[in-house]
Design a protein around this ligand. Structure first.
Ligand code: AMP
Length: 623
């Protein structure tokens, strides 16, 4: 058996294994690695530093990633997937208010399951698509390092919830990466400036991140090398693109031209010209002058920095409002902030820095590093620490193996991921899978495999006496609390009735270091195949749940449906049923999609929420 040297207590790895830092961004992604002396650098050369976070899928299901994919955006909008990060770990109901933002088809399955994207009759989930982007970054890192890269730290926004973080980890696994840690982007940005590396330091940091399409501000507190997020605010649909649009609208207004009358191509070209003007004036050009042709008409396109600042004042003010809200939530005055870190290409607009300097003082602003690179650089610093290369930094106790529970289909749902710092407390909600389910078995497992059968069972208990409710309605909160001594307390509580059950477990009990190593190695070796198997299992579970709820729905509401509707529903259900025995995820998801599309109007028409509700949340089977 190959040996991996891992300190079970600290999570430290064998020295010398490169661990890269990855900024998996909404628009662009970057990968960085720390040099021997600990200084991080972005991997890539001149034109090859940034990998656009775009995936183009052709008719045969082959994918192009990065720049090549981005070039397909205008030509093949329906099969060029951009902004996949916005979909990670999200359900359709999370996204429906912004559905017109996306030019590709996101399956509206009217429930809380994670979204799927359809392109040329194939179904993809955001984890797979992000996995493709990560695989591209991995390959690039290998090319620039001249050695295999298998370990990474990946950054996510501070506001990412548990399911979005888990989705990011899974994407890493699919790409063949062992994700040592998921790090908050503002934490990474601070690390890039060396903030938080000195254990003596105690500071409050405000990280202002204005990118192309998203804005967020986070306030962090660092003490003894530990980062705590005090507050976050922002707008996930505000960024440099909005500044571009404001400039374009200004030019159109002057000419008295209606934006609506522009073709898609013209809109796109005008936005690009506006972006060019913005960058020019922000980079020191006094006066940008150009023109733009719309049919016979010639639009004068000029811009100065003062004009831009005035035109975009409402946008800038919106970001400042978020800064104030974040301060308020953190219970701090502006004077309580010790450092301000600027992240994202749009912080190159000089008036942004001016506004922040006005609030916090010029000397607190950290903007020496390239704002596009700072998150990846910081991820590489964290990676270097986890690789055990920085003796000056103490690693806190971590959980050596992931801890989770069994969900429908025998899947492992990780609640506390491997390498989490202890003590740790995580809660997650589950629901029932059949109507009137009174008992729920909570089976606790440890290990890195996606199917619980391959992991180590730690304990099992039953939450009894759940009040009779339709499937999907009960809210069962499962809490994992692991204390500093490594004792795990698992609780399960039905939120409405308050019934509760709990158990104490010693996860490490009876396991030798060799056994932990073996479990880790098995996990790494099977990671990609395991995630694929889980996605297939999830598709099967979703399909059979849909058959179940549709059946119940028809039983209850038979008289309200026509014969044709009933027989068509039956036929579509049967077709779906047949696919469930296959191992073809696309067939299952296709049949699920068709049954969903056909039956959704019934539920809407009958104003009965049973179909939608019953599918909500992660389910645990009846016992
Ligand atoms: P990011 O998502 O962090 O890569 O940021 C991309 C955004 O930064 C885009 O909206 C760009 O137009 C904007 N940007 C990049 N460089 C500049 C610049 N010199 N001046 C103003 N905006 C810029």
């Amino acid at each position: 058996m190959p040996k991996i040297s891992i300190n079970i207590k600290s999570g430290e790895l064998e020295k010398g294994q490169p661990v890269v830092g990855i900024d998996l961004g909404t628009t662009n992604s970057l990968v960085a690695l720390a040099d021997k002396d600990g200084s991080p650098r972005i991997l890539g050369s001149n034109n090859d530093v940034i990998v656009p976070s775009v995936v183009y899928l052709n008719e045969e299901g082959k994918a192009l990633i990065g720049k090549e994919a981005r070039n397909m955006l205008a030509e093949k909008p329906e099969s060029t997937i951009f902004s996949v990060k916005r979909l990670l770990g999200r359900s359709y109901s999370d996204l429906k208010d912004h559905a017109d933002y996306f030019s590709y088809r996101i399956i509206d399955n009217d429930n809380e399951q994670l979204v799927q994207i359809e392109a040329h009759g194939r179904y993809y989930n955001p984890v797979e698509l992000s996995g493709m982007i990560l695989a591209e970054l991995k390959e690039k890192a290998e090319k620039y390092c001249g050695q295999k890269i298998e370990k990474a730290v990946i950054t996510v926004p501070a506001y990412f919830n548990d399911s979005q973080r888990q989705a990011t980890r899974d994407a890493g696994k699919l790409a063949g990466l062992d994700v040592l840690r998921i790090v908050n982007e503002p934490t990474a940005a601070s690390l890039a400036y060396g903030l938080g590396l000195n254990p003596e330091e105690a500071k409050n940091i405000l990280v202002y991140d204005l990118g192309g399409g998203t804005f967020d501000v986070s306030i962090l507190k660092i003490e003894a090398g530990v980062f705590e997020v005090l507050s976050t605010h922002g707008d996930t649909y505000l960024g440099g693109d909005d500044y571009d649009r404001t400039i374009a609208m200004h030019w159109l207004n002057i000419a008295g031209y209606d934006y609506k009358n522009l073709s898609m191509r013209e809109k796109q070209a005008l936005r690009l010209l506006a972006e060019e003007a913005k960058m020019a004036v922000c980079s020191g050009e006094m006066n940008f002058n150009s023109s733009f042709e719309i049919g016979e008409q010639k639009l004068t396109c000029s811009l100065t920095l003062q004009q831009l600042e005035a035109l975009a004042e409402a946008l800038t003010q919106k970001t400042i409002n978020s800064v104030n809200l974040a301060l308020n939530d953190a219970g701090l005055e502006s004077s309580g902030i010790d450092e301000v870190v600027l992240v994202g290409g749009s912080t190159r607009m000089p008036f942004i820095k001016k506004r922040l300097a006005g609030i916090f003082g010029t000397d607190k602003i950290n903007d020496n590093l390239n704002p596009d690179e700072v998150v990846a650089l910081g991820a590489a610093v964290e990676a270097d620490i986890l690789a055990g290369n920085r003796r000056d930094i103490l690693l806190l106790d971590v959980t050596p193996l992931s801890l989770g529970i069994e969900t429908l289909g025998g899947l492992m749902d990780v609640i506390i991921p491997r390498n989490s710092k202890v003590p740790a407390r995580v809660g997650r909600q589950y629901t029932t899978s059949v109507d009137g389910q009174a008992n729920m078995k909570i089976s606790v497992y440890q290990g890195e495999r996606e199917l619980v059968a391959e992991n180590r069972k730690l304990a099992e208990f039953t939450l009894k006496g759940i009040p009779a409710m339709p499937a999907g309605l009960p809210k069962i909160e499962v809490g994992f609390l692991i204390n500093a001594d490594g004792i795990l307390k698992v609780t399960a509580q039905e939120v409405r009735s308050g019934i509760k059950q709990e158990i104490d477990i010693q996860p490490g009990y009876g396991l030798t270091d060799e056994q932990v190593e073996k479990m880790l190695l098995d996990g790494f070796a099977n990671a990609g195949a395991d995630v694929a198997a889980r996605m297939l299992q999830e598709a099967k579970t979703e399909g059979s749940q849909l058959i179940y709820t549709v059946q119940r729905f028809i039983e209850k509401n038979a008289e309200m449906l026509s014969e044709m509707e009933k027989s068509q529903t039956l036929q579509l259900s049967e077709e779906l049923h047949k696919t469930l025995n296959s191992d073809n995820k696309d067939d299952i998801l296709g049949a699920t999609d068709r049954l969903n599309e056909f039956t959704r109007p019934f539920a809407e028409r009958l104003m009965d929420e049973a179909v939608g509700k019953a599918l909500r949340g992660n389910k645990i089977g009846e016992i």
